[in-house]
Design a protein around this ligand. Structure first.
Ligand code: ARG
Length: 461
């Protein structure tokens, strides 16, 4: 097809755009995601223009009717997207003039694609963040329910991936609850910075028409309007901030994934995931692979990468708008889709996690996880902590030689390490004794876990 001069700026141009330049510069393949937001913005802009008498009410009527028709064409997949029209904004504007004639040409009065695209992205992201927060909340509730179910379940807690101290599995799950709760808070707090309207900034300096920006913002449900036209059309910090928040969510999901993968291995056998969330191997008949957590762990890299893309995209740009900013969309859209899908699948999967309580318990008995409890016991009987540490160190060394856990020593054996040790020691060095003793705010005793769950439920209401 032979190129013609672009009719939106053809006036100044003598030659048509080079064919590959057109392909290279077009964003329509990905920015059509913004189509309905673009129409929403145009409806508000046109309504405001007619209220300040820049458009007549007859013109407004035709524009609104045309936009409504276009909206239907798009939702019914009947819209003919054209790469010749570069992006979503020009595709829609051009179609508007086709369907309603000259009034369509007036829609862009007092507006530029620069403030238009900045507005569209914010409308889009505002909607998406609302949906994402709902998925975070579903995950938070799933974690609370599972923690409730598993508050008495004892497992080894780790540092350096070495058995450290016994903990309640419920308590371990609540650690993730706290992480995702902060993630939710971050999304909520940043929402007001997304929910700010750039429209009216026009190309960069504002417009000479008597526009009423407060009115447009009201029509679009924006909490506030941007206060500097140059800033409003150029910065994408709100998208970067979202992607940073998304990266943190992915990082948390990835850590959780890593644990689920380890725990469901034959070497740990702490949990099992249902068949519906796993896959088999085409060659090894015994395999059941935790694909979902693996994929989520893997997808974390994309979102972190998107964050780097956006930061790098922005850092060298002089004010105000530059075409570079067209590159903000794919990393942003990809982050939104990835985070939404990962949260959704986790919120679905968490309730299906089944704890193998016996294995967890047996594993907690390995690795002298109550050694600290024995030391604390001796301190309470009057020994200095360093001396107590030394006594227990010797006991562990003996246990390693005899292949016995502390709780398997008889009272004579224990007494041989220090005469302060008496029969009541068994209440302390048992797994139950150990976790019950950590009975303070933020501790692992089932009583505290119960209270933390209640407080947690309240905090996300
Ligand atoms: N497709 C462009 C973008 O995504 C729209 C804004 C274009 N503005 C311009 N002056 N070329 O950023």
């Amino acid at each position: 097809m032979k190129s013609e001069k672009n009719h939106l700026w053809g006036g100044r141009f003598k030659e048509p755009t080079d064919e590959f330049v057109k392909i290279f510069g077009a964003s329509i393949s990905f920015d059509k995601v913004l189509a309905l937001y673009d129409i929403e913005g145009s409806i508000a802009h046109a309504t405001m223009l007619s209220e300040v008498n820049v458009l007549s009410s007859a013109e407004l009527k035709l524009i609104l009717k045309g936009l409504d028709q276009i909206k239907n064409e798009i939702t019914n997949n009947q819209f003919n997207w054209s790469i010749d029209l570069e992006d979503v904004h020009m595709n829609i504007e051009s179609r508007l003039t086709e369907v309603c004639g000259d009034p369509g040409k007036k829609l862009h009065t007092g507006r530029s694609r620069n403030d238009q695209v900045a507005t569209d992205i914010r409308l889009y992201l505002r909607d998406q963040v609302r949906l994402i927060i709902l998925e975070v909340e579903r995950l938070l509730n799933a974690l609370l329910d599972l923690a409730e179910h598993e508050k008495e379940t004892i497992m080894p807690g780790f540092t350096h991936l070495q058995a450290a101290q016994p903990i309640s599995f419920g308590h371990h799950l609540l650690a993730y609850f706290e992480m995702f709760k902060r993630d939710r808070e971050r999304l909520q707090e940043s929402f007001k910075r997304i929910n700010t309207m750039p429209l009216g900034s026009a190309a960069l300096a504002g417009t000479s028409y008597p526009i009423d920006r407060e009115r447009t913002a009201e029509l679009l449900g924006f909490e506030r309007i941007s206060l500097n036209s140059i800033d409003a059309v150029s910065d994408r910090d709100f998208a970067i901030e979202f992607t940073a928040n998304a990266s943190l969510i992915m990082m948390h999901l990835s850590r959780f994934s890593e644990e689920l993968i380890l725990w469901s291995s034959a070497q740990f056998e702490f949990i099992s995931l249902p068949d519906s969330f796993c896959t088999g191997s085409s060659i090894m008949p015994q395999k059941k692979n935790p694909d979902i957590p693996e994929l989520v762990r893997g997808k974390t890299g994309r979102v972190t990468g998107n964050l780097m893309s956006l930061l790098t995209l922005m850092k060298g740009q002089p004010l105000a708008y530059n075409k570079d900013n067209q590159e903000d969309k794919e990393p942003l859209f990809d982050s939104v889709d990835t985070i939404y899908n990962c949260l959704r699948i986790f919120a679905d999967m968490v309730p299906t996690i089944e704890a193998n309580k016996d294995n967890m318990y047996r594993s907690a008995l390995k690795g002298y996880t109550t050694a600290t409890d024995l030391a604390d016991y001796l301190v309470k009987k009057g020994l200095a902590f360093r001396d107590a540490h030394n006594v227990v160190g010797k006991a562990v060394s003996y246990g390693l030689k005899e292949n016995k856990d502390l709780s398997e020593f008889n009272i004579e054996e224990l007494k041989s390490f220090n005469s302060l040790i008496e029969k009541d020691v068994f209440d302390v060095i048992s797994l139950e004794g150990s976790i019950n003793a950590r009975n303070h705010l933020g501790g692992t005793s089932p009583k505290q876990v119960s209270m933390a769950i209640k407080a947690g439920r309240k905090s996300i209401k």
